[in-house]
Design a protein. Structure first.
Length: 443
């Protein structure tokens, strides 16, 4: 099992100084699973001051000195190094109020969340695994170290982390750990929105997300209560074979991994039908209708994502796609108008959202996907041809209109009228023709 050269250097430096040193946690788990390693965490019996002295010639950052953690940079790569420790109480549901440093690696591993993350490995590849994490990896099990209730009461984010690991790794959650997850889910209310959002995005990216989002929907409902109305909500629609929530989950999973901005689109699909229960109406034939659900859903998604502290760009993109996801596209003129309003990148995401949406309906609806792909190609062609779809692409500008007597808001009104006529193919984007139009409108 290979450790990268920078990490080997850090471990060897600590060992040459007379200390024990191990990589620990997710990097060991991923190494044992043959997965790529993105960062290494190191644990040692050296105290923080001793770590700082050992690496006196390196850049050392006291990232969590109170809890025994310093970060050492070697060849530009950061390594978090933490002293073996025993955690005190977690009154803020995030970090222990105090820690006790220990010389016992087993005591350090005992404080960690899950057995698969409580494995240490030394420079030579020797494994220290007192809680059976390696066996749980082989069996595909997520299990708390020790008592699940204690682990989740220490840091409630571990509830969502367990679900996320199940989604990403495809592991089953051990029954006592699962029971504690369901029982203690309201503890998630104590966790910051930023931490929740990070875990949620990782969960949605998992290949096992359908099973996890269905089995642990109460956890999703705890962090996004607005989705609970979708649970078991029969759509009474010939287009749908799943209830609103299961349709939502399958639409999330239908987003292709290779797609650029796939993470934002998965988040969009999680919320794309959040407005359906509020918009539902049953007609005299027993068929369900969801008029204006996209408008309602876009407003709800905006509030949800602000509450979860997502950045404004993500919020705006998700809201825009949800607002438009059920609109029918019928012509090139309409595509031009949409491109004018949201741009090519968001338009292409909208098309992918429509495809993911249809992928979670009855199979006959899949016939529309070729049409959706055609809309995407049309949009790319229009942009490549520099088709006039924005005011800035007009052959005249505000200065030109001012020269023939336009003032104030009339300039913008005239430019927008020109653009509408060009999109409708009733006027050419030709400078003289546009000026003639402007002069005629001014009379």
């Amino acid at each position: 099992m290979k450790i990268n050269e920078n990490c080997r250097h850090i471990l060897l430096t600590l060992e040459n100084a007379g200390f024990s040193a191990y990589i620990v946690g997710g990097c060991v788990r991923d190494t044992l699973m043959g997965m790529p390693i993105h960062d290494y965490d190191i644990t040692t019996n050296a105290l923080p001051q001793e770590i700082t002295e050992v690496f006196a010639d390196y850049r050392v950052i006291p990232t969590g000195i109170k809890h025994g953690t310093v970060t050492v940079l070697h060849n530009g790569e950061p390594f978090e190094i933490t002293t073996f420790r025993i955690d005190g109480e977690y009154t803020d549901s995030r970090r222990p109020d105090s820690v006790i440093f220990t010389a016992d690696l087993r005591e350090d591993l005992a404080r960690r969340d899950f057995t698969v993350n409580s494995i240490a490995m030394d420079l030579n590849g020797n494994i220290f695994d007192p809680f059976g994490g390696e066996d749980d990896i082989r069996k595909g099990i997520i299990r708390c170290v020790g008592n699940p209730t204690e682990r989740f009461n220490e840091d409630a984010l571990r509830i969502l982390r367990a679900v996320r690991f199940s989604s990403v790794l495809g592991f089953e959650i051990e029954k006592n750990t699962a029971k504690a997850i369901h029982t203690l889910k309201n503890r998630l209310d104590n966790i910051s929105a930023e931490r929740i959002s990070v875990e949620l995005m990782k969960l949605l990216d998992g290949f096992n997300c359908i099973e996890v989002l269905m089995e642990y929907r109460d956890i999703i409902g705890q962090i996004i209560p607005e989705l609970t109305a979708a649970f078991d909500f029969d759509q009474h629609s010939p287009y749908h074979k799943y209830d609103v929530y299961e349709h939502t989950v399958r639409a999330v999973h239908a987003v292709p991994n290779e797609l650029e901005c796939a993470d934002i689109l998965r988040l969009t699909m999680l919320l794309h039908d959040v407005g359906k229960p509020a918009a539902f109406r049953l007609d005299e034939n027993g068929r369900g209708h969801f008029k204006k659900h996209a408008i309602i859903g876009a407003e709800m998604a905006d509030k949800i994502l602000h509450r979860l502290k997502f950045d404004n760009k993500t919020i705006n993109t998700v809201r825009e796609i949800i607002y438009r996801h059920s609109d029918e596209i019928t012509s090139e003129k309409q595509i031009k108008r949409i491109l004018n309003q949201i741009g090519l990148d968001t338009f292409l995401l909208l098309i992918e959202a429509k495809k993911a949406d249809n992928s979670a309906k009855h199979s006959f609806v899949l016939a529309e996907i070729d049409e959706f792909n055609g809309f995407a190609e049309t949009a790319r062609r229009l942009v490549a041809e520099n088709a006039c779809m924005t005011v800035s692409a007009l052959a005249v500008n505000g200065d030109d209109l001012m020269e023939i007597g336009y003032k104030g808001k009339d300039i913008g009104i005239c430019l927008n009228n020109m653009l509408e006529l060009i999109i409708d193919e009733k006027l050419q984007n030709d400078r003289e023709k546009l000026l003639d139009y402007a002069r005629e409108m001014k009379i």
